[in-house]
Ligand binder design. Structure first.
Ligand code: NCD
Length: 332
């Protein structure tokens, strides 16, 4: 892995497969054991810095760090000095004085994690930046699908909902394509970014196009990001046209959702409670995948024991040995 995980584009397909193999082999089975902790990151410090609400992402990052035996500090915007007017830069400089190994950050502004990475020695992991990206969500979704399908190549996925405001849509569009999947985005025109076809996706405005998909990926309406304009004629109309229920899902199709779900808006309650969806498997995957990301971002970037100096040192020792031998020969 690179020094930071800011975008799903920071990680190649081969690296994704390797990190997810770590998640599967080393961490997925841990919650079933009596002792759920491993000493892997003992002595390391992780700061989870959350400026936006979160349930799944914050709890799984916290638990992931704790299960790896790291010291985990959680800073939530409501209780931090941000509420006293401190700038993001100053907060990061302050927290970095404790020399954390990793800072996990969620922030309402696109690019905040990249900004933070300029002021800290720590590895920075983007846990969601506004409508920017959410790379670990994408990794856990790929992981969940890999648990079901042998290969994701050629698999067709329809991402449905508020694509425009969704960082999950952005990361998953890029990440799913990286894994060889074919992506169709289904949303009303106002909830699709203009020109998104250029990123390689098909675009549709109708749930009829769910029929051709292997995987249906549902997204919540991000109403907290709708303040700047009116994106829908009415909620009722949106529900009529885009709420996915059991009748839309045929046998064999898998339904995913990153949560939080809004029953009766983007997904019918009956579909949430049916066996056909993978929502809780995704949550479970989130813990193992985030453990793997925390672990691999540290080990993959561990500074090798200064090989040049070692070589230099080795050369000096050999030279000293030769001189000593010569001296010994002279005296014998
Ligand atoms: C998503 C997020 O925060 O971007 N949730 C999550 O991380 N599980 C999706 C959302 O809020 O709709």
């Amino acid at each position: 892995m690179n020094r930071h995980l800011l975008s799903i584009n920071d990680i190649s397909r081969e690296e994704i497969e390797s990190v997810l193999a770590t998640a599967r082999k080393d961490f997925l089975g841990l919650p079933q054991r009596n002792i759920k902790k491993v000493p892997t990151l003992r002595g390391r410090t992780i700061i989870d810095l959350f400026y936006e609400n979160s349930t799944r992402t914050s709890t799984s990052f916290e638990l992931a760090g704790k299960r790896l035996s790291a010291d985990v500090i959680n800073v939530k915007s409501g209780s931090s000095a941000a509420g006293k007017g401190e700038s993001l830069k100053d907060t990061v400089l302050t927290l970095s004085a404790y020399r954390p190994d990793i800072i996990v950050v969620r922030h309402p502004h696109v690019g905040a994690p990249a900004f933070i990475s300029r002021f800290t020695e720590a590895h920075v992991i983007n846990a969601g930046d506004g409508k920017g990206e959410h790379p670990t969500q994408c990794l856990l979704d790929i992981f969940s699908l890999m648990q079901v399908y042998r290969s994701l190549k050629g698999l067709k996925v329809a991402i449905v909902g508020d694509i425009f405001h969704s960082r999950v849509a952005r990361s998953n569009l890029l990440g799913f394509q990286k894994m060889g999947m074919k992506v169709t985005l289904i949303a009303p025109p106002a909830l699709l970014p203009r020109g998104v076809e250029a990123l390689g996706a098909e675009v549709s405005h109708s749930l009829d196009d769910l029929a051709g998909a292997d995987v249906i990926y549902l997204l919540r309406l991000q109403t907290e990001r709708h303040q700047d304009a009116n994106f829908m004629p009415s909620l009722r109309e949106y529900i009529d046209r885009y709420c996915v229920g059991r009748r839309h899902v045929r046998r064999g199709q898998r339904v995913l959702h990153p949560g939080p779900i809004n029953r009766g808006v983007e997904i019918e309650s009956e579909l949430v409670d049916s066996d056909g969806n993978m929502i809780l498997q995704q949550v479970e995957a989130g813990l193992a995948v985030r453990m793997a990301v925390l672990y691999r971002i540290i080990v993959d970037n561990a500074v090798p024991a200064a090989p040049a100096e070692l070589k230099e040192g080795g050369r000096k020792i050999k030279a000293a040995r030769r001189t000593l031998n010569r001296e010994l020969q002279k005296t014998s």
